[in-house]
Design a protein around this ligand. Structure first.
Ligand SMILES: Cc1ncc(COP(=O)(O)OP(=O)(O)O)c(N)n1
Ligand SMILES: Cc1nc(C(=O)O)sc1CCOP(=O)(O)O
Ligand SMILES: [Mg+2]
Length: 213
């Protein structure tokens, strides 16, 4: 069964975003929130972690930080998501050691090789993408749905699908066995607000799991 993985917009208002996050998380089951601030000073990232982590953790939703395993450990988060360029010279194994028992997710683009390496070095999940065109970032790679089916078939480590995922296009990823669907725009840019975005994603995912319901 696929679960919803919510990534924050790249820029937020730290004063007001906690309420928006609470509304999104109260709209239905979300497995994980990733704080992904781009072009933010460290001080702002720290303030955002302090403001948002309790919102997620109070609801038993895992709170991960993008790019910064050190802050995840220091500030009581549940883990970190690291891309290939965020990994230091020690690679995934060094990040694994730094995070101890916290969760570690690793971007693997559309590479089976990177994903196998990450899983073997201790990643808790591997992320593939981008599956669809996305306005949230300039994605470096395009991934095809068959990488999800292959991964689900041969590996135990969970996989995340990301990139341009919406209620309208998510069904093949669910059917292929993605453990998590990670979204930004589908929730935060929903015309009726983030709660409506979460409900729409969950409804589409449920329908894809049970097409006859
Ligand atoms: C769940 C998830 N998957 C992939 C990414 C992308 O990470 P990365 O390649 O490090 O790119 P940035 O997010 O840092 O721009 C992600 N953040 N989350
Ligand atoms: C953060 C991120 N990483 C991607 C990758 O392909 O690795 S695509 C992406 C953006 C996801 O946002 P949206 O759901 O709005 O498309
Ligand atoms: Mg990164």
């Amino acid at each position: 069964m696929s679960q919803l993985y919510l990534v924050t917009p790249p820029r937020i208002e730290v004063a007001t975003f906690p309420d928006a996050l609470a509304a999104a998380l109260d709209a239905g089951p979300v497995a994980c929130v990733q704080l992904r601030l781009k072009d933010a000073a460290e001080d702002e990232v720290r303030r955002a972690i302090d403001a948002l982590r309790p919102v997620a953790q109070a609801r038993d939703v895992a709170f991960l930080v993008n790019d910064r395993a050190d802050l995840a450990v220091e500030l009581g988060c549940d883990g970190a998501h690291l891309g290939q360029e965020d990994l230091g010279p020690g690679g995934v194994a060094a990040a694994r050691r730094m995070l101890g028992g916290l969760s570690l997710g690793v971007t693997c683009h559309s590479s089976r090789h990177l994903a196998m390496e990450a899983a073997e070095a201790g990643a808790d999940y591997v992320a593939f993408g981008a599956f669809f065109p996305t306005a949230t970032k300039q994605a470096k790679t395009r991934a095809e749905v068959d990488i999800i089916a292959w991964w689900a078939d041969v590996m135990e480590v969970p996989c995340v699908a990301i990139g341009g995922i919406t209620p309208e296009n998510c069904a093949p990823l669910v059917e292929a066995g993605a453990d998590f669907l990670a979204v930004v725009g589908a929730v935060w840019n929903h015309p009726d607000g983030p709660a409506a975005g979460v409900r729409a994603m969950l409804a589409a995912m449920t329908l894809a799991e049970n097409p006859k319901s």
